[in-house]
Design a protein. Structure first.
Ligand SMILES: [Zn+2]
Ligand SMILES: [Zn+2]
Ligand SMILES: [Zn+2]
Ligand SMILES: [Zn+2]
Length: 250
């Protein structure tokens, strides 16, 4: 999950390089590419998919011509670490590049079915977003969708400077004899301050939660297993989460 963005960024150029490879025979791969590729396959065969993921990504990051089979190995690796969207992209690319004659053609077709099955599970699951990341209750607003913050207008004091006397508390006018005439400000009763109009003196304002944008739930970094884990959550809460998820996905 940490590498999603990187993969997206250089995915296009990498896939282009794989395309070139597919058309040419007997390509001599760069030493660095071969090293990471073989390393990746070794980890893959050992079942260490996180290490395999790292090795294949290193190969991709070289921006050099890559073996076509790498896209299959990488796709299957991504499937095991539950990065289904990336996995889908790479398996699709592999099928396009290698065609029926590819070393892993049948495996690739099967893998694609498995991935689509996972997408269906995500769609049916009430506890993850459309990318399969677990949805959790927003801790900032405690699922209310609103947060209370200090009033920005009065900086939490509840008062603002009187606009009529600019805080002096008195109004100064010239009388008929051109003399200063002092009069207690009628807007603030000489206080120099008035009750803040934004918070009406409450010192705080309620606004839409900036973490969950008012939905009450937010996406976590955890990949969803599509199972209910919180035993203390009752059915009502689950129902509520589901309703919120519908709004969230719009
Ligand atoms: Zn005043
Ligand atoms: Zn205020
Ligand atoms: Zn919130
Ligand atoms: Zn789920």
């Amino acid at each position: 999950m940490y590498f999603n963005d990187h993969i997206k960024t250089f995915g296009v150029s990498v896939l282009l390089l794989i395309s070139i490879t597919a058309k040419s025979q007997q390509i001599q791969y760069d030493q660095e590419v071969s090293k990471y590729y073989n390393e990746g396959i070794a980890y893959f065969n050992d079942g260490d998919y996180h290490a395999a993921n790292a090795a294949f990504r290193n190969a991709l990051a070289t921006n050099m011509v890559l073996p076509t089979n790498l896209s299959y190995y990488f796709a299957e690796t991504l499937y095991y670490i539950r990065q289904f969207q990336n996995s889908r992209n790479f398996v699709e690319k592999y099928i396009n590049l290698a065609g029926y004659g590819g070393d892993f053609y049948e495996e690739a077709i099967h893998l694609r079915e498995l991935i689509d099955g996972e997408f269906q599970k995500i769609k049916d699951c009430q506890r993850c977003n459309s990318f399969g990341y677990r949805l959790i209750s927003c801790e900032r607003c405690e699922t209310t969708g609103e947060e209370v913050t200090e009033c920005p207008e009065c900086k939490g004091t509840g008062n603002t400077l009187c606009p009529k006397c600019t805080g002096k508390g008195v109004l100064i006018t010239l009388d008929a004899f051109n003399q200063n005439h002092y009069e207690t400000c009628d807007k603030c009763q000489g206080e120099g301050v008035i009750v803040c109009e934004l918070c009406e003196g409450h010192k705080e304002i309620t606004r839409t939660c900036s973490l969950c944008l008012g939905t009450g739930i937010r996406t976590s970094n955890a990949i969803c297993n599509h199972e209910d884990e919180d035993e203390d959550e009752d059915e009502d809460e689950q129902q509520e989460l589901f309703q919120k998820k519908k709004v969230y996905r719009q």
